[in-house]
Ligand binder design. Sequence first.
Ligand SMILES: [Zn+2]
Length: 451
Amino acid sequence: MLDIITCKILRFIGSKFGRGSSLPGALVRKIWPKCMASIKLPDKVIAVTGSNGKTSTTAMICRIAEENGLKVVCNREGSNQIEGIATLLLCNADPISRKVDADVVILESDERFCQYTFKDVKPSHILITNLFRDQLTRNGHQEFVKGELQKGLPEGTTLILNANEPLSCSYGRERPDTVYYSVSAPELREHAGIEHAYDDGAYCPVCGKKMEYDYRIASHVGAFHCKKCGYRSPEAAHSVTKVTNGEFVLDGEWTIKPQIANEAYAQNIAAAFTVAVEAIGIEPEKAAEALDGMELENGRVVEFDIRGHHGRFMLCKHENSMAYNGAISTALNDPAEDITIVFIVDMLSRKYVANDMSWLWDIDFNRLANDKIKKVILSGGFAHDAAQRMLVGGVPEEKLIVEPDLDKMMECIVESAQGTIYTMTCFTDQYKFLNRLKNYEDKGRGEGGDR
Ligand SMILES: [Zn+2]
């Protein structure tokens, strides 16, 4: 009882000082190391882990559950290691009965920390979105992460896996009750001839021989099969089967409007839909209804207007290629004839000091060597590293504007942007753009307001 009360008090005090949500759980676990094991959880405890798409997919699952009248407890603030999850569960538990007051608990979980978190808290289902190169300095290679995550998959927990991502999908080989989801829409398949910066799908993760793909969606995600050992994309329970007019069709039946109709959103939506239907037991029609038109509140995409140019801010992640490649695809698929790219790399992490820029070479910046891309504005402390990468990728030098100073970057945008602007950066650097944008943004568009 004291552990729960202490955690609630610490959380209350912390919130007054704007402190994060992991400290109370960390302190309580020091005094009562086994406090989480005796918490009574509802039958449905869904963990969401993987390299990419955790936060967005978690938000989608919460939305579906809540729209369908379920009470959800979720670590939406994003503290996804054991301390944050301890704070969440203790603060939502009754001190006497130790029961968490929820129909469903949804836990976004760091992929390397599942082995600690799920010792005491056993999820009924674990969704693994994918395993990708991500934060090399912190995580190492994705095959190392695969081994670490393997230690955090309890027996008896049902896995929900991406049938298109060979590395994380291979967890299901020994677990017959695994459920799979996929993206099979022909419209989202990569065109032949796209040259990727790297290929982590070249070899079979099971036998090490050459892997074949019927098609790819992004990077090593696609419909794969190995001729040597027979490992292949398993049959999916649910799938994004078609894209028409910017809308996704789920299982060939339900049409929904996504915030962005790109391959990353399609995978997240297929994942959230599958969790809702298979793990929570929501009717497919109701799950689709809740996803229709959903806009993520965490500012992943911000539309703006600056000096008559329309722009889209796309939140990506440094030290990771997937979101940037998705943002590049979205820009290239934009119907606008002229596109300006603004790319900001100033601070790699809020948590640790790093200046490893090898990840820049993992992003398909060569695709920006496209006639549609008129200007590429590079800013932040690593602007010159980015410029070097772009040049090697074949982006013509005359299109590059290198301006490390962030204030001057805004002037460069005003003076040089052509067509629609796509700004991409990480959450560590997002406000360096978004805060400056406020001074330049066109207001009252179309309503006769101040301009
Ligand atoms: Zn094989």
